[in-house]
Unconditional design. Structure first.
Length: 118
């Protein structure tokens, strides 16, 4: 249980320092209030799950990455899940480049949020 609390605290700290934007795609994220996030960004209940804030290890635990502040960033569920789908996931730096390149082309998130909703 201590590990879960530690990860939760590291995730929250990272999310706050990132202004609640995903480390990879820079889309907004939510942690505890999906309903208000959904209303704010006009996102369906199903799509909202993509933007849930997760703790992402820059260096994976299986590669020796530790649960320390320097190794944890906040990433949306969509980016975190997709990074780890491959048998050999890209390193964090390469993945940032891939995601941001695809974001510029409109080919990443199935739902894009407006950063400053009215």
């Amino acid at each position: 249980m201590k590990t879960n609390n530690r990860i939760r605290n590291l995730r929250r700290k990272a999310a706050e320092s990132q202004d609640w934007q995903c480390y990879y795609c820079q889309q907004p994220m939510w942690e505890t209030d999906p309903k208000s996030f959904s209303a704010r960004f006009r996102v369906s209940d199903r799509a909202i799950l993509l933007f849930r804030c997760t703790a992402e290890h820059l260096e994976a635990r299986c590669d020796g990455g530790r649960d320390i502040e320097e190794n944890i960033v906040a990433a949306c569920h969509y980016c975190n899940r997709n990074r780890h789908r491959k048998k050999r996931p890209k390193d964090a730096v390469s993945y940032v480049s891939l995601v941001r390149s695809r974001m510029e082309q409109g080919r990443w998130h199935p739902v894009l949020l407006k950063q400053n909703p009215v």
